[in-house]
Design a protein around this ligand. Structure first.
Ligand SMILES: Cc1cc2nc3c(=O)[nH]c(=O)nc-3n(C[C@H](O)[C@H](O)[C@H](O)COP(=O)(O)OP(=O)(O)OC[C@H]3O[C@@H](n4cnc5c(N)ncnc54)[C@H](O)[C@@H]3O)c2cc1C
Length: 441
């Protein structure tokens, strides 16, 4: 039997845009990755997409003795992995009791344990592989601005505390002194979490993966996947043809038409970020003095942290269409001043955005539409930890075929009905949520 998948759209990868100027920079001496297996030599695995998911899978697979080729359409770190806020937060959108109730005892426990482990996966990798990644592991604050959010925080705290997690509730005074921000009634501190430089992390993953034997080729957009007599044939835009026993599709929010239905099974949203100029010392001493990451409890939430060079970096949902100018980040500047009026007048030096993949059930999905073709999609904005941890599990699955150790069951690809109208629907929902958030303010 012969299977052929051809990429129908180039829209999945739109990485270098004039209005996207991220704060994170690769070191001048960062490697370029141009290593391709020779065509006659089949790889155990070809990984399509060199973000955290693809690179973690590749590194773990190489450690398990497999030969791995990673192909990326752009440069390493040009997808969400090198653009994100660098908040390393454990957990899923759902709390432990919800997971147990909806997935049953066995699968639920697996999910809760996996969710609890995802931040550890990042910090252990940094430690064990000696990655040159600036990080602070001093926790993540979920800040509550309503009584209802405070109740949800107390409920979450009770559930994780019962499982021995290093978490605690914060009073209004405590959160005020830890964040320096206005308007919070209290919050929740999860000390398992921290912040990293995401581009350094992604670049370093690529470096250690290469040292472990993985071949990585940038600027190799995969345009066609075919299978003949049990071997996958992978073709790239620039004419390379590779063979592999298995293919992992790690293209997440930048997924295009390579595997039928996959792009329509997720909603790619834009997350926008701004970074101030380095804060003057008097303000730096009052804003996040201990270096935690923060997300607030609004429906359209903002998340923020300080960067290693002392800027305040704040992000949140952005418009669905591509930005056309600095005005498209104005809502984030307003949020910044609502939280920190003392920053009035500070220069916003950087503005950028990237894509996040949402799934209808807010959980990552693992698919295997054909034997030996594994696709992972959906990260809900917590992909730094999730994708790092999931990469290890996918590599193990490919080495021993045991799907039981995957935290999420293999599921069929389910295109979302009326996907073509998603932009209208998402834009309307965002506008409605912003109005509700404003009324609660
Ligand atoms: C602005 C922003 C802020 C975020 N903040 C946080 C945060 O603070 N904490 C957190 O945990 N998560 C955050 N996220 C989410 C997180 O960044 C992602 O979940 C994670 O990086 C996804 O990693 P990935 O490897 O799956 O995908 P990506 O890093 O997006 O990698 C996909 C890769 O696939 C490549 N590709 C696509 N199509 C092809 C093709 N046909 N051929 C070859 N290559 C292809 C792309 O070039 C890209 O490099 C944020 C995301 C964004 C955009």
């Amino acid at each position: 039997m012969t299977t052929i998948f051809i990429s129908r759209s180039a829209s999945g990868v739109s990485l270098s845009l004039p209005f996207s100027d991220p704060i994170w920079r690769k070191p001048q001496a960062a490697s370029r990755f141009q290593s391709l297996l020779s065509t006659g030599e089949p790889a155990d695995i070809v990984v399509v997409g060199g973000g955290i998911m693809g690179l973690s899978t590749a590194l773990h697979a190489a450690r398990l003795g497999m030969s791995v080729q990673v192909l990326d359409a752009g440069e390493i770190g040009q997808g969400a992995s090198g653009l994100n806020g660098g908040q390393v937060i454990p957990g899923l959108k759902y709390d432990p009791e919800w997971l147990l109730e909806h997935f049953g005892q066995e699968r639920g426990e697996t999910l809760v344990n996996f969710a609890a482990s995802t931040a550890d996966a990042v910090f252990e990798l940094i430690r064990d592989e000696r990655l040159a990644v600036p990080f602070v592991r001093n926790g993540w604050i979920q800040a509550a601005h309503t009584e209802m959010a405070l109740k949800a925080a107390a409920n979450r705290d009770r559930q994780w505390r019962a499982r021995g997690a290093d978490v605690s509730l914060l009073s209004a005074a405590e959160i005020g002194s830890m964040t320096g921000a206005r308007g919070y009634l209290g919050g929740w501190l999860d000390l398992r979490a921290g912040v990293i430089d995401p581009l350094a992390y992604t670049s370093e993953l690529a470096r250690v993966a290469t040292a472990a034997g993985v071949r990585i080729a940038e600027h190799h957009k995969v345009t066609r996947l075919g299978k003949t007599a049990g071997t996958w044939r992978v073709s790239t835009e620039n004419g390379a043809e590779l063979q592999a026993k298995a293919v992992v599709l790690a293209t997440n929010a930048y997924t295009d038409g390579l595997v039928p239905g996959l792009a329509r099974s997720i909603v790619p949203l834009h997350s926008f970020q701004i970074a101030t100029a380095p804060l003057p010392p008097d303000l730096a001493a009052t804003i996040l003095p201990e270096g935690q990451a923060v997300s607030d409890s609004r429906r359209i939430l903002v998340y923020y942290r300080k960067s290693p060079d002392g800027r305040l970096v704040l992000g949140g949902r952005g418009r669905m269409a591509l930005p056309t100018g600095a005005g498209d980040w104005a809502h984030l500047e307003r949020a910044l001043l609502r939280l920190y009026p003392a920053l009035s007048g500070i220069t916003i030096e950087k503005r950028w955005f990237g894509r996040v993949a949402m799934t209808p059930d807010h959980l990552p999905h693992i698919h295997e539409p054909e034997p030996g073709l594994v696709a992972v999609a959906g990260c809900q904005g917590r992909g730094v930890g999730l994708m790092t941890a999931l990469g290890g599990r996918i590599a193990t699955y490919l080495s021993n075929g045991d799907a039981r150790q995957l935290p999420f069951p293999l599921s069929p690809i389910r295109p979302i009905p009326f996907h073509a109208f998603r932009q209208v629907g998402v834009a309307a929902t965002i506008a409605w949520y912003r109005l509700l958030d404003a009324l609660e303010h």
